[in-house]
Design a protein around this ligand. Structure first.
Ligand code: ZN
Length: 171
């Protein structure tokens, strides 16, 4: 594997309202990411499958879904989205969850994503769907009832603008 320079982008879902302009998508996967769920994240498998189905209905494909019960579960492999607990240096604040994506400096594609689910919101409605959206490269879209709304209270299941089929790249 060639050397990859990593750029981190952090986005989160909050309870508090703040103004943020809806932006178009900036990064995307060129492969179908696999998903690893760390069991210590406390996210139930039915929440995981509901969230995955949400994005599959919009045309997104995932390579695999696996559960990992090892204590050091937390680092995504290349090509993987991992769902884990936040580490201690994370400022919880008003956040429910947070996602960090890793971009290849060379190709600008997303190569890894890490979803931090705070224990209080591990199984809260819409939170994992929203964070998976970030993991897939979507920014906040602050329209009422939108899944990518940055404020949980004014968000919803609306997926307007998200039905973008990303091409699987076959080399
Ligand atoms: Zn967010």
């Amino acid at each position: 594997m060639m050397f990859i320079n990593l750029i981190y982008i952090i986005m989160g879902l909050q309870f508090v309202n703040f103004a943020e302009v809806a932006k178009s998508r900036t990064h995307e996967w060129r492969m179908s990411p696999g998903i690893t769920v760390c069991n210590h994240s406390g996210v139930h498998s039915h929440r995981v499958s509901q969230s995955i189905k949400y994005w599959e209905r919009l045309g997104y494909k995932f390579d695999y879904i696996r559960y990992d019960d090892s204590i050091n579960c937390g680092e995504p492999r290349y090509g993987e989205i991992i769902i884990t607990l936040p580490n201690q240096d994370f400022n919880f604040g008003d956040h429910l969850a947070s996602t960090r994506i890793t971009i290849s400096n060379k190709t600008k594609e997303i190569v890894k994503a890490k979803i931090f689910m705070f224990p209080k919101s591990a199984n809260k409605e819409r939170v994992l769907e929203h964070e998976l959206g970030h993991a897939l490269g979507w920014p906040h879209i602050n329209q009422p009832f939108h899944i990518m709304n940055s404020n949980w209270h004014t968000g919803g299941h609306n997926s307007r603008g998200l039905k973008v089929y990303y091409k699987n790249y076959i080399d």
